[in-house]
Design a protein around this ligand. Structure first.
Ligand code: URA
Length: 245
């Protein structure tokens, strides 16, 4: 998961000590994670881990929630070994340790939520969280009605059954042999939309996530961010509570 952070960074962020001092505290055996002493500097922790310094729990950051209109050409991660642009590069002013809830491919644009609230992220990413994720794909080729029907039944790709809740052609360009197709998914498997179209021999040229539940990027430009409103967070949580058993 992309919400893991190095222990010394987490301690420093909580305002307990500088990064250097935090490293000393770890090596000296003064830091516990979930009740166990950890002396390893490379140890990574998630927001759900309980970190204590000399027996005192570190303060939790207040939870924050953002909507990001992810442009194409950005990685859904907090860092990249190859130095490519990552989503958190768009949040230079945000001090909290935010991470993306799920991911969009490097070349996919659209709605992406970010938070530092691990519980909230886990809730939304739970497989039984049946929220509509609406994708619009520009395809090279025009899918047939039968092919779109097969999406709704579910198709097997590499031993995985991939399913759409809804699939419809919005428009076609017969001359260029392209189509604009809307797909609604409840699942969020890796590269799911691209794999489904590849499986029927109609590859995706461009892909955008237009909606995540009731959240859209309407009125925003690619690269824009905005905090989610408290009622939006509440509603997303309520939707999840209803479905996650
Ligand atoms: N499906 C894909 O193929 N890519 C995404 O980024 C999201 C869903």
């Amino acid at each position: 998961m992309s919400d893991l952070e190095r222990l010394q960074k987490v301690i420093a962020h909580a305002g307990v000590a500088s990064r250097r001092k935090a490293e000393d505290l770890i090596v000296q055996g003064k830091v516990t994670v979930n009740g166990k002493v950890v002396k390893e500097l490379g140890t990574k922790v998630s927001p759900n881990d309980k970190v204590e310094v000399e027996g005192v729990p570190i303060a939790k950051e207040p939870p924050v929630y953002y909507l990001f209109y992810k442009p194409r050409g950005v990685i859904s991660s907090v860092k990249d070994d190859k130095g490519r642009k990552v989503v958190t590069d768009y949040f230079p002013e945000v001090e909290e340790r935010i991470f993306p809830i799920g991911r969009l491919d490097y070349d996919t644009s659209g709605v992406l939520l970010l938070t530092n609230d691990g519980d909230f992220a886990n809730l939304l990413m739970h497989p039984s969280y049946q929220i509509d994720k609406v994708y619009v794909a520009k395809t090279k080729g025009i899918p047939s009605t039968e092919q779109l029907k097969s999406f709704k039944k579910g198709i097997n790709v590499d031993g995985d059954r991939l399913k759409a809740v809804h699939a419809k052609v919005i428009s076609t360009d017969q001359k260029k042999n392209t189509a604009i197709v809307q797909l609604i998914l409840h699942e969020g498997k890796n590269r799911q939309v691209r794999k489904m179209f590849e499986a029927i021999g109609v590859p995706v040229d461009k892909l955008k996530r237009e909606k995540y539940g009731f959240i859209t990027v309407e009125g925003m430009n690619a690269g824009d961010i905005r905090p989610l409103k408290p009622h939006e967070v509440k509603q997303l949580r309520e939707l999840a509570d209803k479905n996650v058993k």
